[in-house]
Design a protein around this ligand. Structure first.
Ligand code: BGC
Length: 416
């Protein structure tokens, strides 16, 4: 294995025709669905064009839960990958272990401080030093809808409130189709849950209950309303949802089997990969009641400390490429997200991306910009895991009363 990779490095050097050190870069990620794989292939291409050898380390599993477990075992055994897709407070936790490489040289040369929104730059830094490179901005509080299904069911406008949503869902059900495409992992349940919390309770409630984990907010009448609404949505999903991957749920909407899906805009990557056009084949709209808010989810790569000079060079080039204009455009066109780099031209992007870019800026000013809990942007992994489990238990077990659901979630939020 070792010999082979050395040989590959040597070949890459010859191909690149450069005397500069090239290296192998092993990249741990979880982008394995159709749209995701197309997106990450662009990064591989850019790195190969720079003469580096890309060692793909894809660990399937939406939202990266499986990848996080594999990463831990690799780092603990003293054999970390060159780069890994991690985000939010997890970046800080890894940095505190002293295993992440300092990216300041690249960040300074490439002027990251000027090119990134401060809210994003802060997450990428540990004690003032850059330790991760941001890729994109995903919006999580989206609702996707199939235009033909809505038409068939006689739904004439996109629901903007939860009442309108349930009226539409009822029509879809009567037309013999599945109102809500849903999958079966706790992060998928929570993706829906946090949109409901935001739509029913508003930004202040979202911040108090889900970010500050304030007990009063967590046990309030608003939380009761949130769980009632959440449970009502479940009634419009199909019986085969448990265990289903998110992209298969998106496929149900694409294939006109289901009307709606609550999912972040990586779902748009699936619509795009299937050749579907927003505004015509499908609709992207903020989840009911959330058009003035924005749950953000920033993908990023942290680099692990490695001794090999070639690998270090490759890490620097990877970080610089990720923030470069070429990658920011082509990757995000495929991924469904928007560039994280400021002042990028948006003319090649579709209307959903343009709405997202505008809302990102507007909500940052209005206070409606909040980190996604479902996607690891807000709270420490231990509390996040516990709350997700409590929410999923409630979702999966109709015998748990709303009052008990509220109690269980509040108890889980106290996990240290
Ligand atoms: C990530 C996305 C990914 C999605 C599904 C999210 O947490 O931020 O990049 O496409 O999970 O795996």
């Amino acid at each position: 294995m070792l010999k082979l990779s050395k040989l590959a490095t040597a070949v890459a050097l010859v191909v690149a025709g450069s005397a500069a050190v090239a290296g192998e870069v092993e990249v741990l990620h979880y982008w394995t669905s159709g749209g995701e794989a197309k997106s990450v292939a662009e990064l591989k291409k850019i790195m190969q064009a720079k003469g580096h050898v890309w060692k793909d380390f894809a660990v399937a599993g939406g939202a990266g839960d499986n990848a996080a477990t594999v990463l831990k075992s690799r780092v603990v055994s003293g054999n970390p990958p060159a780069a890994a897709q991690i985000k939010g407070p997890a970046i800080q936790e890894w940095a505190a272990e002293g295993v992440l490489a300092n990216l300041d040289a690249t960040a300074k040369a490439e002027k990251w401080d000027e090119l990134l929104p401060k809210v994003v730059a802060d997450v990428m830094k540990y004690k003032g030093n850059y330790v991760a490179a941001p890729v994109n901005v995903h919006r999580v509080n989206w609702m996707w809808a199939n235009s033909a299904v809505l038409k068939k069911a006689g739904v004439t406008s996109t629901p903007k409130t939860w009442d309108e949503f349930f009226a539409a869902a009822e029509k879809v059900k009567k037309a013999g189709l599945i109102p809500v495409a849903h999958g079966g992992q706790n992060w998928q349940d929570f993706t829906t849950f946090e949109s409901v919390a935001l739509g029913v309770g508003g930004t202040k409630f979202y911040n108090d209950a889900l970010i500050k984990l304030d007990e009063k907010a967590l046990t309030s009448a608003t939380m009761t309303k949130v769980l009632e609404t959440f449970r009502k949505i479940k009634g419009y999903t199909d019986a085969a949802a448990p265990g289903r991957d998110w992209n298969l749920a998106t496929a149900m909407v694409i294939q006109e089997k289901a009307a709606f899906q609550f999912m972040g805009d990586w779902a748009k990557g699936e619509f795009s990969a299937a050749g579907k056009v927003p505004g015509k084949d499908y609709i992207c709209a903020a989840a009911p009641g959330t058009s003035n808010a924005y749950t953000f989810n920033v993908d990023s790569f942290a680099m692990y400390k490695l001794k090999d000079a070639g690998a270090q060079k490759a890490q620097g080039d990877l970080a610089a490429s990720i923030m470069g204009t070429e990658f920011q455009e082509v990757f995000n066109l495929n991924k469904g997200s928007i560039p994280v780099r400021l002042n990028m031209k948006m003319d090649k992007f579709d209307d959903c991306a343009k709405t997202s870019a505008k809302d990102f800026v507007d909500t940052a000013k209005s206070g409606g910009l909040v980190p996604s809990v479902a996607h690891g942007m807000a709270i420490k992994p231990a509390a996040e895991g516990a709350i997700k489990d409590a929410v999923s238990q409630f979702w999966n077990d109709d015998k748990i009363s709303v009052a008990d659901g509220v109690k269980n979630i509040a108890k889980a939020a106290a996990t240290k």
